[in-house]
Ligand binder design. Structure first.
Ligand code: UD1
Ligand code: CA
Length: 461
């Protein structure tokens, strides 16, 4: 088999996005479009992969994975010119060149493999991946002669009425024999509505030279949709999300209301986990088996073990929750927290940059910030760590099996020893040794008959 190189055209200005962000970085299911494309291409294990970028594409350049090369297209003179720039980065390369664009994020590797296979089986100079979408408006049309052979691609802007009635379009995904492509690219002219060097014009040139040009029609038009506007971006997002949900359901995850459940491309979920309506699982979230994710829960880059119960309306962000723990409702676990196994985080509790040991129970309305909490502790309702003195953050350390009473205020830095008890309502400013009782509050006094006396003083109202 001849060697394979891949080219991703990504230097266009993406004017129709009306955005400061380069088009390849617009996200589909929480991932930049270019990442989707490169991830798919990686599966082809091509000898080389070249991305064509404009001069000011530092943001895109920075996130390219190792091994992916960049060809600079200093001026955006069109897709044909972009491919010439890529070819310059591949001097002496002989073999097949797979060309795609950064704005076709839904393309699958199976379709690419079919294209390459077809191209090789036909010993073609060029093979175009085409499709017949419901609405071909805006796409380049595939012109065929009476025998059905492809003769040219005509861009929408340059097409007459009759050509615009053609339903078969160019997806902008091609396979070329480099040897035939290069001389054809040399011959294209910017004589069109946009004054650009169109890659699509190379097709007519090859046909004219008597080179074998083929087309492979792919039945799934959704997969090859090109994203030029935010309306198309939203449509791609909708399709991609549907695919993700379907894949997860087929893998054994229950989604009670699939359309309202938002799941990013980087999310993994174990079997028999049940997800309630309106949940959002984004970033690189991973959820184990047998979990229950309540309504309106947001898991953002969260890692959950098996059998975790997250009740309604919790937010868990860049943190982990161990197996068998129960959280919520309305609980907020913030960046950089690690909650152990079999823990309980009560309603409206908040954990921030803290470690909570296994078996620890944290009751409602409590707050742990910059804390290290051991195993089997009890954090009473309303207990809070005061981790911030207005200038700096300080640590609170609570050792194993310590019992922090209701409404305790722990002023950091402070350490509570193993098994110590802190009396409810105490304000703790000094370390408490293990096994001790820390109390810091006024001793209670009862004034007998006080109510009666007070009422009399006020005239018995
Ligand atoms: C292109 C095709 C059209 C096809 C459609 C499919 C051409 C002339 N037209 O049109 O036939 O139906 O894709 O989606 O090829 N780019 C560069 N440098 C440039 C110009 C563009 O790298 O100078 C890149 C863009 O970043 C983009 C890709 O090439 O990733 C396609 O460019 P775009 O402007 O989106 O072409 P379309 O109008 O969509
Ligand atoms: Ca496009």
């Amino acid at each position: 088999m001849p060697p394979l190189a891949c080219v991703v055209l990504a230097a266009g200005q993406g004017v129709r996005m009306k955005s400061r962000l380069p088009k390849p970085l617009h996200e589909v299911c929480g991932r930049p479009m270019i990442d989707h494309v490169l991830e798919t291409l990686a599966e082809l294990r091509a000898e080389r992969t070249v991305v064509v970028l404009g001069r000011e594409a530092d943001q895109v350049r920075k996130r390219l994975p190792e091994g992916v090369e960049v060809a600079e297209q200093a001026e955006q003179l069109g897709t044909g010119h972009a491919l010439m720039c890529a070819a310059e980065a591949l001097p002496g390369f002989e073999g097949d060149l797979l060309v795609t664009c950064a704005d076709i994020p839904l393309l699958t590797v199976d379709t690419l493999r079919n294209l390459i296979e077809h191209h090789r089986a036909e010993a073609a100079a060029a093979t175009i991946l085409t499709t017949e979408p419901e609405d071909p408006t805006g796409y380049g049309r595939i012109v065929r002669d009476q025998s059905g052979a492809v003769t040219a691609i005509v861009e929408h802007a340059d097409a007459d009425e009759e050509t615009r009635r053609i339903g078969e379009i160019n997806t902008s995904v091609y396979c070329f024999d480099v040897g035939a492509l290069l001389p054809a690219l040399e011959r294209i002219e910017p004589a069109n509505a946009q004054g650009e060097y169109y890659l699509t014009d190379a097709i007519a040139v090859l046909v004219e030279e008597g080179q074998p040009v083929r087309a492979l029609v792919t039945p799934d038009a959704d997969e090859v949709m090109g994203i030029n506007t935010r309306v198309q971006l939203a449509e791609a997002e909708r399709i991609a999300r549907e695919r993700i949900r379907e894949r997860l359901m087929l893998d054994g995850v229950t989604l009670l209301d699939p359309p309202s459940t938002l799941i990013d491309a980087g999310v993994s979920i174990g079997r028999d986990t049940v997800i309630h309506p309106g949940a959002q699982l984004t970033g690189e979230t991973s959820v184990g088996e047998d979990c229950i994710i309540g309504a309106g829960v947001a898991l953002r880059g969260a890692t959950l073990g098996d059998g975790v119960l997250v009740r309604d309306s919790c937010v868990i962000s860049e943190s982990s929750i161990g197996s068998g723990s129960a959280v919520g409702p309305f609980t907020y676990v913030r960046e950089g927290s690690e909650v152990g196994e079999g823990c309980k985080l009560g309603s409206s509790a908040e954990v921030n940059r803290s470690r909570v040991g296994s078996g620890t129970k944290m009751q409602h309305f409590s707050y742990l910030g910059d804390s290290e909490v051991g195993a089997n502790c009890n954090i009473g309702a309303g207990a809070v760590t005061c981790n911030y003195d207005g200038l700096e953050k300080h640590k609170t350390i609570i050792e194993d099996a310590a019992f922090i009473g209701t409404n305790v205020t722990l002023i950091a830095p402070v350490r509570i020893g193993a098994g110590a008890y802190i009396a409810a309502g105490s304000v703790i400013t000094k370390d408490v040794p293990g096994g001790a009782l820390g109390v810091s509050r006024d001793r209670q006094k009862n004034l007998e008959g006080w109510v009666e006396r007070w009422r009399r003083r006020r005239g018995n109202r």
